[in-house]
Design a protein around this ligand. Sequence first.
Ligand code: HEM
Length: 176
Amino acid sequence: MKSDTQKYGKAAQALHWSTTVLVLLMIPLGIVMTRLSDSTDPTALYRLHVALGLIVLLLTLVRVIWRFVDTPPVPLTMPPWRQLVFKTVNAGLYLGLILIVLTGLTMLIGSGMVPVPSEVVPNEIEDIPPRVAHRVLAWVFIVIVLSHLAGVISYQLKKGDTLGRMLPGRGQPGRS
Ligand code: HEM
């Protein structure tokens, strides 16, 4: 279950990939549901978005707790500037995820709704700061996710098997 010096453990891998799948569904879902024509009722999509968002919240809480229990593999070998970018993007992923979920919850609570799917009524969501923040954060988060992806691909092509550390099976340590 736990990570060793070279690879993430099964629990960290499961948390990483399940969150990835959910986030990759949440982003297009959020974009589409807020841009439907007036003749289409967005309620079902909003409720699905909130349901998946609550699962992301749960996974993120478990992930933060697991991060304290589990020691991640040794950092990849890379120059200091790249190490800094890597750490900043990683922190952005954690912080972005937490803030995006919190603003989603507070937008609904601030609009007088219990933040569970069955209570969400799209046209009763008020124009309050958490709503604006959620929409802005969603786009900032997309940039952070793309930066993470670009970093992984570039390391994988030029340096070593970083992806293998997060996949079941045997991974290769990075080259300097
Ligand atoms: C991984 C977590 C999440 C991601 C990636 C995400 C992403 C998005 C995106 C891309 C939008 C559309 C933004 C735009 O219109 O430009 C959106 C809107 C929305 N999200 Fe999320 N979201 C997440 C979590 C949540 C959670 C946890 C809730 C509530 C519990 C929530 C509630 C909403 C609502 C109600 C809207 C519509 C806002 C409006 O009508 O203006 N989201 N989200």
